[in-house]
Design a protein around this ligand. Structure first.
Ligand code: FAD
Length: 387
């Protein structure tokens, strides 16, 4: 692992900066986010630049690069004030699921479109009755002739309105019949226009480019070819997806933190009260310096986790720690930025309030701060668990 950006990564950062300043960049993203609409032009620009195919193997039309490069891209986008949840679930998670565990047919069918941006997936694991206890999910896929019939409910699923397919986590063995809590999970590709598949929007405070949805699967019939990998081994594939999800989330959180901190620093240099720039006061300078330090540390941990994943390691502890540190640092930076702006911190024209909920959510999703601490306590420190 190198601490420095490679020439390729430096190009990504520079290209994203240029994109953000143009007509398909930050202004387009913000206008769409405030309307809860998807920034199609930004998505297409990312596809045209080859960025949606970073993780797609070359033989399927992608760049065949790794999570390290993907994290650089996502941090760069966050640093320019542009976050796309669909990049986490589609460009990272679905792409890795298919590239690593998909059949030849699934790869040929979906990977080229994922790289071109024409195929989009959402990802659905969370259920109202299971919440953070994902292994207790109840959505059940039962054998039905040469395929499966799926019944269940999911909630807080991002970007379903933008996706042709859901990467759906189900049980194929109900948990009361499973040998242990992990076994009996399976991953399916389900079309979002399949008969029996309905969705209901969830109203949230987020200014996001993807909406949140509750999904209802009422005897949705899928062919056997919709199953990813082997039936009942979903937990193994999930570990390959959830750690990159944490890395991608961490990269976005660091980036967004850098974006709001940049605004704070510029304002603190410019605004004079009591005749000196407010940034001269340590009461403001130190919180900004602390936020900058915490963002840098979180960025390093994110890079480490991404490198480990690319080397074939699970990177569980590192991905979890990176995600928690990044969410905390991003939120700290956003809070400091609002404070530095005084009353203008809540004025819409300064563009901080509309970033707040997106950044605040990083402490909850894709995995909460408490569940990360539980993981670190149990798996890194070897402490007994209470739940
Ligand atoms: C904006 C947004 C987008 C999302 N997108 C997706 C998506 O695309 N796909 C998807 O599948 N899911 C998605 N989620 C769901 C997200 O992953 C869950 O919200 C998250 O995992 C927490 O689950 P929960 O909301 O059910 O909270 P709960 O599990 O009900 O937890 C509530 C609180 O209790 C705490 N808690 C629970 N158990 C423990 C414990 N043992 N010890 C300590 N504290 C505990 C939690 O940390 C949390 O603070 C999204 C959520 C949001 C907000």
């Amino acid at each position: 692992m190198s601490f420095d950006l490679s020439p390729e990564e430096t190009l990504i950062v520079e290209a994203v900066r240029e994109l953000a300043a143009g007509p398909n960049g930050r202004a387009h993203w913000r206008e769409r986010a405030l309307a809860n609409e998807f920034p199609e032009r930004l998505w297409q620009a990312l596809a045209d630049a080859g960025y949606l195919g970073i993780l797609v193997p070359e033989e399927h039309g992608g760049a065949g690069l790794g999570l390290k490069e993907m994290a650089v891209l996502m941090e760069a986008m966050g640093s320019e004030g542009m976050a796309l949840l669909l990049m986490i679930v589609s460009t990272v998670m679905a792409t890795i699921a298919l590239a690593r565990h998909g059949s030849g047919e699934q790869k040929r069918r979906h990977l080229p479109g994922l790289a071109r941006g024409t195929t989009r997936f959402c990802f659905a694991i969370t259920e109202p009755n299971a919440g953070s206890n994902s292994f207790r999910l109840e959505t059940l896929a039962t054998r039905d002739g040469d395929g499966y019939r799926i019944r269940g409910q999911k909630y807080f699923i991002s970007g379903v309105e933008q996706a042709q397919h859901v990467l759906l986590v189900t049980r194929t063995t109900p948990h009361r019949e499973a040998a242990d809590k992990r076994s009996g999970l399976s991953l399916f590709i389900v079309d979002t226009d399949a008969p029996g598949f309905t969705k209901q929007v969830q109203d949230t405070a987020l200014n996001e480019t993807e909406r949140q949805w509750t999904l209802f699967l009422d005897d949705v019939r899928v062919p056997r070819s919709a199953l990813i990998g082997e039936e009942g081994l979903g937990h193994r594939y999930l570990f390959d997806l959830l750690n990159p999800e944490r890395v991608a989330g961490a990269a976005i959180a660091v980036g967004l933190g850098r974006y709001v901190l940049k605004k704070a620093v510029a304002y603190a240099k410019d605004r004079k009260v009591f005749s000196v720039p407010i940034g001269a006061h340590q009461g403001l300078a130190h919180p900004m310096a602390l936020a900058a330090t915490h963002l840098e540390l979180a960025s390093l941990m994110t890079r480490k986790a991404a490198c480990q994943f690319d080397r074939g390691e699970t990177a569980g502890p590192e991905a979890n720690m990176a995600k928690m540190a990044a969410a905390d640092a991003g939120l700290e930076a956003c809070d400091v930025a609002i404070q530095v702006h005084g009353g203008n911190g809540v004025a819409l024209e300064y563009g901080l309030t509309d970033m707040w909920w997106g950044i605040r959510t990083m402490r909850i999703a894709p995995v909460s701060r408490e569940m990360i601490l539980n993981y670190v306590a149990e798996h890194v420190l070897g402490l007994p668990r209470s739940y």
